[in-house]
Design a protein around this ligand. Structure first.
Ligand SMILES: Nc1ncnc2c1ncn2[C@@H]1O[C@H](COP(=O)(O)OP(=O)(O)OP(=O)(O)O)[C@@H](O)[C@H]1O
Ligand SMILES: [Mg+2]
Length: 211
């Protein structure tokens, strides 16, 4: 049986994760692979209910540890219901954000201890780690411009995270880059400021070399 591959997309808001995940899924399907697309938080019915709580701008009272556990509650469900069974069946699983998001946002961004986050990761994910993590890196200016344009187009209210300060996002970006330096074998850092098709080609090159 083909071994499955677990590939995650990471990076600050608006860097192009969702865009690139969809393009990669299309590209892999053309190569004859079975691809499962999922997202954190979300990805399951239960996860989508948790995601609503997390992204509701009215939930300003949420405590950082409550938020942390909700992210991992969604992840535990996704790992059990979608990710592990798909990997066991030999599929390629593409996940839009995973534990590196929690380390970058709740750890580097909000100052929660990495050991606390990793302890919850052990409970929620049972040792499941991505085989490859694509970190799409853009500067803060580009991130904000894209988020605003997208929200304006879809008539969405800015999410709670979009409202927060540039310094928070700067810490998150630096956090991601530190994670990538710490695990160079798992991470590939891709410049997300290039046009969409150029980024997609870079992503496909990396996947072709590794999957
Ligand atoms: N390389 C690119 N150049 C220009 N615009 C881009 C590029 N990649 C994505 N975009 C646009 O930027 C916006 C954000 O892209 P996308 O939704 O893929 O980012 P994301 O990382 O998934 O964001 P979020 O973290 O908010 O979910 C979209 O409107 C998308 O079309
Ligand atoms: Mg997205």
């Amino acid at each position: 049986m083909n071994p499955g591959r677990f590939i995650t997309f990471e990076g600050i808001d608006g860097c192009g994760k969702t865009t690139q995940l969809r393009l990669l899924a299309e590209w892999l399907r053309k190569q004859g692979r079975t691809v499962v697309e999922t997202v954190e938080p979300g990805g399951t019915d239960i996860g989508r209910q948790i995601r609503k709580i997390l992204l509701d701008p009215a939930n300003t009272a949420i405590h950082a540890r409550t938020e942390l556990m909700l992210y991992f509650a969604s992840r535990a469900q996704n790992v059990e219901e979608v990710i592990r069974p798909s990997l066991a069946a030999g599929h390629v699983v593409l996940c839009d954000r995973f534990t590196d998001s929690t380390l970058a946002y709740q750890g580097h961004g909000r100052g929660l201890e990495p050991d606390t986050i990793l302890a919850l990761d052990r409970i929620a994910c049972h040792g499941l780690r991505p085989d490859l993590t694509l970190l799409i890196d853009i500067d803060l200016e580009t991130s904000l411009t894209r988020a605003r344009r997208r929200n304006a187009r879809s008539g969405q209210e800015e999410s709670r995270i979009d409202d927060e300060h540039a310094s928070f996002h700067a810490r998150v970006r630096d956090g991601y880059l530190a994670l990538a330096r710490h695990e160079p074998a798992r991470f590939v850092v891709i410049d997300g400021r290039a046009p969409i098709d150029a980024v997609a080609r870079r992503v496909a090159e990396e996947i072709a070399a590794r999957v």
